[in-house]
Write a protein that binds this ligand. Structure first.
Ligand SMILES: NC(=O)c1ccc[n+]([C@@H]2O[C@H](COP(=O)([O-])OP(=O)(O)OC[C@H]3O[C@@H](n4cnc5c(N)ncnc54)[C@H](OP(=O)(O)O)[C@@H]3O)[C@@H](O)[C@H]2O)c1
Length: 267
């Protein structure tokens, strides 16, 4: 994870696998199992770097479990750096309506919940969550600035955001996403209702958040992309032709197994 101007809040990286047509699940919102073993390794490494993992309730309902670190080398690395063996698994659920029988609640991981006043009532006096952050805005929505402030105060410096698109949209709207780590997988899922990395109302293109490509790697049939958010649109920074030219000139290498690149800017 790179540094940015996030100030006194946790640094966030969204980590997602998506189909070549930009879907993170099929139209039935089945658990996303289309990434390769390489992608799973990549995901685990990203999770192992973070103090906490954040995900939306539909993602949990769909898969039933949290993404734990299982590789002993990664656990040892965390411990050497003074981190606990597992990152904190933080569930975002406005309703708090989560099945307590989900396997998630039997996993050996620290569990937190970010919710509203109403959602918190479901879990009062129960032991499933180690900590419940009730962060509600006057309009009854989640107050993400307050939630991030609380997480920072509780020692969380880095968060790996694992989806889904609805949660990421609300974090994008609050300017709380710093980086995207996207794996483009070789399949087409289609479907007007199948979720994408950022749901919500979307952005008009002249106001759309712009990204800077930090690195890319092609392994077998997948491409691993690492982007940093660099601001809202309309600043003329897109440089579409130049960027296409640069990536395009490496097209032959991209088709080879294990091609990779790091892009530098003078910004
Ligand atoms: N390909 C991948 O890498 C990947 C990764 C993750 C997920 N997925 C897939 O994506 C799908 C789920 O994505 P999704 O966009 O439908 O849902 P999602 O973002 O995972 O979850 C939406 C739910 O999260 C809670 N939530 C969202 N925003 C919130 C906010 N601002 N405050 C509090 N709670 C909030 C709400 O829970 P309540 O309803 O409880 O209030 C909401 O209904 C699943 O199919 C999953 O398998 C794919």
């Amino acid at each position: 994870m790179t540094t940015n101007s996030a100030g006194n809040r946790p640094q966030t990286t969204v980590v997602l696998a998506m189909s070549a047509d930009g879907k993170i699940a099929d139209a039935k919102r089945s658990p996303a199992k289309f990434g390769s073993a390489n992608d799973k390794t990549h995901l685990e490494r990203q999770v192992a770097k973070a103090d906490a993992v954040l995900f939306g309730a539909t993602t949990l309902r769909s898969g039933g479990t949290a993404m734990r670190v299982v590789d002993p080398a990664l656990i040892a690395q965390r411990e050497q750096q003074g981190q606990p063996p597992q990152p904190i698994q933080i569930l975002a659920s406005k309703s708090g309506n989560i099945d307590p029988e989900l396997p998630f609640f039997r996993q050996n991981v620290p569990r937190w919940l970010i919710t509203t006043d109403e959602g918190g009532k479901n879990w009062q006096g129960k032991s499933q969550f180690d900590r419940i952050l009730v962060c509600q805005s006057p309009t009854g929505e989640t107050d993400w600035m307050a939630a991030f402030q609380q997480m920072a105060n509780l020692g969380i410096k880095t968060i790996c955001v694992l989806g889904g698109g609805e949660l990421i949209a609300t974090l994008m709207a609050a300017d709380l996403i710093d980086e995207f780590s996207l794996t483009v997988c070789p399949l087409i899922l289609g479907g007007a209702t199948a979720p994408t990395p950022v749901q919500g109302e979307g952005f008009l293109q002249n106001m759309a958040p712009r990204l800077e490509l930090l690195s890319w790697q092609a392994i077998d049939q997948e491409i691993f992309l690492h982007y940093r958010l660099k601001g809202r649109g309309g600043d003329g920074e897109m440089g579409r032709e130049g960027e296409e030219g640069e990536i395009g000139s490496r097209g032959a290498a991209l088709r080879q197994r294990g091609a990779e690149g790091k892009l530098t800017t003078d910004s």
